[in-house]
Design a protein around this ligand. Structure first.
Ligand SMILES: [Zn+2]
Length: 390
């Protein structure tokens, strides 16, 4: 994992970047590892210990009759409030400074109720969860994933198609009125990509996460960091023109989008046309799991359509890993088989030599883990932390 530290960590924030791997070290070990004088290490550690971010403990390895203290990152010094908001439900969590959820709740909601109602519900839930005596550490920041495009620099949703009342709404300002800490907002698929990367695939530096559910979207991890593009619109896979989809209408207003032929609702419509009873994503998954051959064919074709569009992404971006998540990924191997079929047929051998295509490992917590990771990366970045400690 890249914590943003430079080769020689000189500031307290940079020294913490080293300790965030969780390994306990003595002052001597830190001095050797960084090339800094022991006196400098002592000063930096004092600053981090005063902030509670590093703790020390005696150690058995006695030197000259005095135990050499070891210093370790204290991930429970603060908590992060995180939420992954979908169209009809949200996952709300309190996480530690390794982005690990300490408590999780799942809520039913309707995103169309608008930002005041939905954010009010999140704030009430965090307040209730924070009242747990085991979770009383100071709040470091808040991270929220929303089911639509978000302008990352402002945290404002930008023309989200399924979120009436949210366009341009100042989400960070609303939350900061209750929690006076940094509030970061992003598209939920970006955060699922980040969560999958930090929790399950920390060594995969170039990764595409694809969500296949009611909509289709993707998030890109490039050189170990979330790639948002110029304003936060990167990864909008669902509205790329798909081969064989030229006259199918999409909910975005265009025709021929990938989402219009390969999303859950598009597959369900195809199954209904074949005389099957399928409306929701869950209906499609149930038919597949029951071994229905028509459903299997339809999902495999959706996988092929997704793979044809993704093949362009493989050629442009050269990922080492594609992770397929979302409700339809639970349908098993059919979707993945279709994706693989198209990508391997359409891509150059060098691009697919090391490429793996797998289903989501972080599952339904990918989004909240990513929301927490986004906040942790910000508040513990040397620039932000050094300013705070100064
Ligand atoms: Zn579209």
């Amino acid at each position: 994992m890249n914590h943003g530290q430079s080769a020689t960590p000189t500031s307290p924030g940079e020294l913490l970047g080293l300790l965030r791997d969780g390994k306990a070290r003595t002052r001597t070990e830190l001095a050797t590892e960084t090339g800094l004088a022991r006196s400098t290490i002592r000063l930096r550690l004092d600053a981090l210990m005063n902030a509670g971010l590093v703790t020390s403990g005696g150690d058995n390895a006695a030197t000259g009759g005095r135990p050499a203290s070891k210093f370790v990152f204290n991930a429970r010094a603060r908590v992060v409030l995180a939420a992954d908001v979908g169209a009809t439900h949200a996952t709300v969590a309190i996480a530690d400074l390794t982005s690990e959820p300490l408590a999780i709740e799942r809520l039913a909601l309707d995103i169309a109720d608008g930002p005041d109602a939905v954010l009010g519900l999140l704030i009430d839930t965090w307040r209730r969860m924070c009242a747990d005596p085991g979770l009383t550490a100071p709040v470091a920041g808040v991270g929220v994933g929303l089911p639509g495009p978000v302008e990352h620099s402002t945290g404002k949703p930008a023309h989200p198609p399924i979120m009436p009342g949210w366009n341009g709404y100042d989400v960070p300002a609303r939350i900061a009125a209750d929690f006076a800490v940094p509030v970061l907002v992003d598209n939920e698929v970006n955060l699922m990509a980040l969560g999958e990367h930090v929790r399950c695939f920390p060594n995969e530096e170039n990764l595409i996460f694809v969500k296949v559910a009611t909509g289709i979207g993707s998030g890109l991890i490039s050189n170990g960091r979330l790639h948002r593009g110029d304003v936060g619109a990167a990864g909008d896979l669902g509205h790329i023109l798909a081969p064989h989809a030229c006259d199918v209408r999409c909910r975005c207003g265009n025709s021929g989008c990938l989402e219009a032929v390969a999303s859950g609702p598009a597959i369900a419509a195809r199954l209904r046309a074949a005389g099957l009873d399928a409306t929701t994503n869950a209906d499609v998954v149930a038919l597949l799991q029951a071994g229905n051959a028509i459903a299997g064919q339809a999902v495999r074709q959706a996988g092929r359509d997704i793979g044809e569009v993704l093949a362009a992404g493989v050629s442009l971006f050269n990922p080492s890993l594609i992770v397929v998540g979302g409700a339809l990924a639970q349908a098993g191997e059919m979707l993945l088989a279709g994706v693989r079929e198209s990508i391997y047929r359409r891509s150059l051998p060098l691009a697919t030599e090391r490429l793996r295509i797998v289903t989501s490992q972080a599952g339904e917590n990918a989004g909240v883990v990513g929301a927490a990771a986004m906040v942790v990366q910000h508040v513990l970045s040397p620039t932000v932390l050094d300013r705070e400690l100064a």
